[in-house]
Each structure stands twice: as structure tokens, then as C-alpha cells.
Design a protein around this ligand. Structure first.
Ligand SMILES: *Cc1c(COP(=O)(O)O)cnc(C)c1O
Length: 481
């Protein structure tokens, strides 16, 4: 139901002044004046509240149920972080306040950047980028500036075929040509293919680690050496950092630049497009190219400073400040030991869930994995014509958000499952039972399964028709004036 369907003339949430009463004369040009009343629904306040509350309950969120959407880290975000970010001292602070009047906020930014620099094992961090992809793009602009400052014009960025789709998009937007590197049969970087591809036109390689199969790239030091010997830079997509947090640092692995997703690992609620934050940490050699300004500590306190070769701004003011406050609160609340426990629990949960699902759905690649695993419905598709999409839709009837499907592209009929560290054993057990029940159902009643979901307002959509012939809702209901 649309809010326009609730329209009844005379209903209102506010009582406006009598339009006939004399008001201050305003000299408006005639062409700016309305000729007819706006076609707004007339609805009372309780009806509006009930309408939007009802809509919100048709939504699925981490706050309602299990959300194992691979690569997205849909975990519980401690509410204390929201409370801290809502403090008036933060929310009422004007971005143009004089430096002397916002020392606390600057100190928070400075401390957060220092913490992320330490966590990544690098030398300096920018907090400006607005999301993961924005961090990738920022990093690629720095790669370009770095080579230019060394009198070089390198045009190619190497990206493995298992990469997150944003990687090639960001490198392309920054003006680079993309060259794909094949993965080995075990789903990792193929060093021979890398050696063959690297030359003096290679600007950088972008690697997701752990990669989109949830696998740790075991040859990472060797890959770093190959790139560095050729004068190229090594970039890590660190969106999956909650698999290695406190255990391994990108800087120690030989990476020159890394972006983090605060709205995944560092506990900011996400989904629906934002806001987020994608800080980029870099080596000392790249630090002068970071976006500016950044917070520096000087004789008279914290102040803004811009490095000499800075690529300039990539975001207004300090970035998405509220997200940065949440990340800082999260890091301080957990401390080093707590952050390490995050990754231990994330990896344990993924491996436990996988073990409980058992042979019902096999792994796409039979190798040890970290915080997420890629299962395949290849066998189900072959024997019962039940695809990864069908399994995903049926999970909705079991109260579980579908995992990421058909990604990464190198795994057939892929179901990418990431339970995250904040789920209990009971939730994981129930999810494993649901997965197994669906596979059983594929055997016994594939027809019913293929019509799922059965418990939602809209059932199984015809994807092709929905994409080719979208039914766009009429903006006005028939009973409108
Ligand atoms: C989520 C994700 C991104 C993109 O992050 P956004 O904040 O959505 O732009 C990039 N790489 C990987 C591996 C991711 O999981």
C-alpha cells in the first residue's frame, strides 16, 4: 500500500494557518506562484507513523535476523557507538569552527588515524574517502601521482580474476588500463601469470586479501617482491580485514597501500548505500601524496596540515565524521586483544557453519578458508535443476537473508556465506539446519522449492521479466484530487 492510498480529504498531521488570513506581503514573481494545490496525500499523524512502521517491518536487516551476505560483513554494530556518535559535542560541531574550538574532534581524528596506521602496519592514513570504492579510487590517484613524481608514466594495473568488482572500476576511473591475472586451481594468485604480466608499464597490482573466496593469499610476499622489483606498487583491498585483524598486517606483507571499510570491520551499520568510510593507509614513501588536509600535532595543539605532494581533497571537511567516531569508539572499546578476538571468532564461525552444513553443499574450492566460504550448488543444479538462486530464495522462508550468490565469478553456482563474529552458536546451528533442509527438499520437492519464497509479500519473481519490463508504481493513487 502506498501512502497515497491512505489519502482522505480533510485528514492532517498539522494545522496550518488559515490561508485566507492576512499575511505579510511577499513580492514573488507570478511565474513562481502555484496555480494548483500540490498533490500531497492528506493523512493523519498516527496513520503516517503506522504506514512507515509497517513498511520498515517488511524490510530485512541485521537487527531483525541472520544476514550472512558474503563479502559484506553484515554484523551486529554495538549501539554504544551510535550513542557516542550522537553526543551533542560531535553532532552540533560546525565544520567551519575554528581549530581552537574543536581540539577534541581533531584529537579523535588524529588518534583514529594512528590506530588504523598501527593496525595496518603502515606509516600514515587518510580518513577522507567515503567508502571502500572511494578508498580504492583515492589510492589509485596516489599511485598515479607517485609514478608521475618519479618521472614515470605507467598505465597498467593488474587485478586477479577473483577480485571484487569495484577494483577494476576504481582503477579504470583513475585512468588506468586493467589487465586480468588468472587464479590457480586452488583460487589463489598465479605467480607464473603475474611474472609474465609485470613489466615497466605496470603501475600497481590490486589484491583482495583474504580474497573473495575467503582464502588467504599464501604467496603474498613473493608477489610483493615481483612487483617491487619492477618498480610497481602493491595495493591491498582490505575490506575483509576482520579475517586477519590483530593477526597479520598488510604493511608486514609488503603492501604499499590498503583501504579499510569502517562500515564493515569497524562496526558502522551499513547497507542501502551509506554513509560509510574507506580510510587508506600507506607507506612512508607514499605519505606525502595522501589527500589533504590531515590532522597534525604541533606546538599549539592539533591543526590541519596538507602534505607537499598531496593529491588534494577527496571529500568535504573531515570525511564522514560520524562514521569515524563510531570506529574510534569500537577500537577503544575492544582494545588490541578484543580486535584480535574479532578475527578469531569470525574465522571460527565461518568454519563452524561450513562444518555443520557438511556435505549437503560442497565448497567451491576445497581449501582452508578464513572469515567466509564459497559453497557451490553445482551438484544440485545438475541433478535436480535447483540453482544457487533457488537455494538463496528458499532461505528467506527460513528467516535467513540470502547469501551473496553467483560471486565470485570464478565459482559456478556460488553461494558466498559470511556469518561474522557476532552470531551465536545457536544461530549458526539453526542456519546449518536450514541449509540442509533445503538440500533435502531439492531432492524431494524441487517444484515447491523453485517457487520460493512463500512467506514474503512478493513471491518468486521472474527476474528476466522484472528487469526487462519493470512495473513502475504510479505516483498518484486514483482517489487523489
Ligand atoms: C565491500 C567491498 C568493497 C567496496 O566497498 P564499498 O564501501 O561498498 O564501496 C570493495 N572490496 C571488497 C572486497 C568488498 O568486500
Amino acid at each position: 500500500m502506498l501512502i497515497f492510498d491512505l489519502h482522505r480529504p480533510g485528514q492532517a498531521g498539522v494545522r496550518l494557518l488559515d490561508p485566507a488570513a492576512p499575511t505579510r506581503a511577499v513580492d514573488l514573481p507570478a511565474h513562481l506562484l502555484r496555480e494548483a494545490l500540490p498533490a500531497l496525500p492528506e493523512v493523519s499523524e498516527p496513520e503516517v507513523v503506522r504506514h512507515y512502521t509497517r513498511l520498515s517491518r517488511e524490510n530485512f536487516s541485521v537487527d531483525t535476523a541472520f544476514y550472512p551476505l558474503g563479502s559484506c560483513t553484515m554484523k551486529h554494530n554495538p549501539k554504544i557507538n551510535d550513542a557516542v556518535a550522537s553526543l551533542a559535542g560531535f553532532t552540533a560541531l560546525h565544520p567551519y569552527a575554528p581549530v581552537s574550538g574543536c581540539q577534541g574532534a581533531l584529537e579523535l581524528l588524529h588518534r583514529l588515524a594512528a590506530a588504523l596506521t598501527e593496525i595496518t602496519g603502515l606509516a600514515a592514513t587518510t580518513l577522507q574517502p567515503a567508502a571502500g570504492a572511494s578508498g580504492e579510487f583515492t589510492a589509485m590517484l596516489m599511485v598515479r601521482a607517485f609514478h608521475a613524481a618519479h618521472g614515470e608514466r605507467r598505465t597498467t594495473v593488474l587485478i586477479p580474476d577473483s577480485a571484487h568488482g569495484t577494483n577494476p572500476a576504481s582503477a579504470h576511473l583513475a585512468g588506468f588500463r586493467i589487465q586480468e591475472i588468472a587464479s590457480t586451481a586452488s583460487g589463489r594468485i598465479d605467480l607464473a601469470a603475474l611474472r609474465a604480466a609485470v613489466n615497466d608499464d605496470t603501475a600497481a597490482m590490486m589484491v583482495t586479501n583474504p580474497n573473495t573466496l575467503g582464502l588467504f593469499e599464501s604467496d603474498i610476499r613473493a608477489a610483493a617482491d615481483i612487483l617491487h622489483e619492477a618498480g610497481a606498487l602493491f595495493y591491498m583491498d582490505g575490506a575483509n580485514l576482520n579475517a586477519i585483524l590483530g593477526k597479520a598486517r598488510p604493511g608486514d606483507m609488503g603492501f604499499d597501500l590498503v583501504h579499510l571499510n569502517l562500515h564493515k570491520t569497524f562496526s558502522t551499520p551499513h547497507g542501502g548505500g551509506g554513509p560509510g568510510a574507506g580510510p587508506v593507509a600507506v607507506t612512508a614513501a607514499l605519505a606525502p601524496f595522501l589527500p589533504g588536509p590531515r590532522v597534525a600535532w604541533g606546538d599549539d595543539g592539533f591543526r590541519w596540515a596538507t602534505d607537499n605532494c598531496s593529491i588534494g581533497r577527496v571529500h568535504g571537511f573531515a570525511g564522514n565524521f560520524g562514521i569515524l567516531v563510531r570506529a574510534y569508539a569500537y577500537i577503544r572499546a575492544l582494545g588490541a586483544a578484543g580486535l584480535t578476538e574479532v578475527s578469531e571468532q569470525a574465522v571460527l564461525n565461518a568454519n563452524y557453519l561450513r562444518a555443520m552444513i557438511g556435505d549437503a553443499l560442497p565448497l567451491a574450492f576445497e581449501v582452508p578458508f578464513l572469515h567466509e566460504c564459497v559453497l557451490t550448488a553445482k551438484g544440485l543444479a545438475k541433478r535436480f535443476d535447483v540453482t544457487a538462486l533457488d537455494v538463496a530464495k528458499r532461505l528467506i522462508d527460513h528467516g535467513i537473508h540470502p547469501p551473496t550468490i553467483y560471486f565470485p565469478l570464478i565459482a559456478p553456482e556460488a553461494l558466498m556465506v559470511e556469518p561474522t563474529e557476532t552470531e551465536s552458536k545457536a544461530t549458526l546451528d539453526a542456519a546449518a539446519t536450514a541449509f540442509r533442509a533445503i538440500v533435502e527438499e531439492a531432492r524431494e520437492n524441487p517444484a515447491l522449492l523453485k517457487e520460493a519464497p512463500h512467506t514474503t509479500r512478493l513471491s518468486h519473481l521472474d527476474e528476466t521479466r522484472a528487469a526487462r519490463h519493470p512495473v513502475l508504481v504510479e505516483p498518484l493513487a486514483p482517489n487523489m484530487p
